[in-house]
Ligand binder design. Structure first.
Ligand SMILES: [Fe+2]
Ligand SMILES: [Fe+2]
Length: 197
């Protein structure tokens, strides 16, 4: 399990009070997750394990996008653009510039994004009163846990794949998780899947 700090009760309360905005932002997140996976297909074409995993991941994230889009449709909420809270941009600014550290950090930052989604879907699944939506969040939480683990494994492969690599990656993950906790809790941000407390 990837060690992300728990979201605040204030975030959970705000999310449950404005599910339409949360769902619109969530749809954008699924679309961005698919786009990130495709971007890595182009960026690392010779990394066999990565291209196999990213091809599957991109398709799965687009299925999630469509599921959330249909949830919006069922609620009569139009999908629309939303201002970004710059969570991913702030996170990726933490990546070290030189390979292989750059690649390890990219994979770990993706793992943390997935882990934050997992943490929030678990909380939402426990809290939202709509049983169907709660079940949907529980399903997505399972997927995000799996995606987080996948990105950590790719980071370990990028680090060399041996026991020393595993230890190095685990230590770096703890450092980046601390930074992620600060970024997600930045004050003054709108309600988003990855911002607002
Ligand atoms: Fe997803
Ligand atoms: Fe995911």
């Amino acid at each position: 399990m990837i060690p992300v700090a728990p979201s605040s009760q204030a975030w959970l309360d705000a999310a449950c009070a404005d599910l339409p905005t949360l769902l619109i932002d969530h749809a954008h997140c699924e679309k961005k997750a698919a786009s990130t996976a495709v971007r890595y297909l182009f960026k690392y074409p010779e990394w066999t394990r990565l291209i196999s995993a990213m091809s599957k991941l991109a398709r799965e994230e687009l299925v999630h996008f469509d599921q959330v889009r249909r949830e919006l449709e069922a609620r009569g909420v139009p999908f629309r653009a939303l201002q970004s809270a710059n969570y991913a941009a702030e996170l990726f600014a933490c990546a070290r510039p030189q390979a292989p550290a750059r690649v390890i950090d990219e994979m770990l930052l993706c793992a943390l994004i997935e882990a934050r989604s997992h943490e929030r879907f678990v909380r939402l699944a426990e809290t939202v009163p709509d049983a169907r939506l709660a079940a949907f969040y529980a399903d997505l939480a399972e997927a995000e846990a799996r995606h987080g683990g996948l990105y950590v494994e790719l980071a370990e492969e990028a680090a060399g794949g041996d026991a020393a690599a595993v230890a190095t990656v685990a230590a770096r993950l703890v450092e980046l998780a601390a930074r992620e906790a600060e970024i997600v809790a930045r004050p003054g941000q709108p309600l988003r899947m990855h911002a607002g407390g």
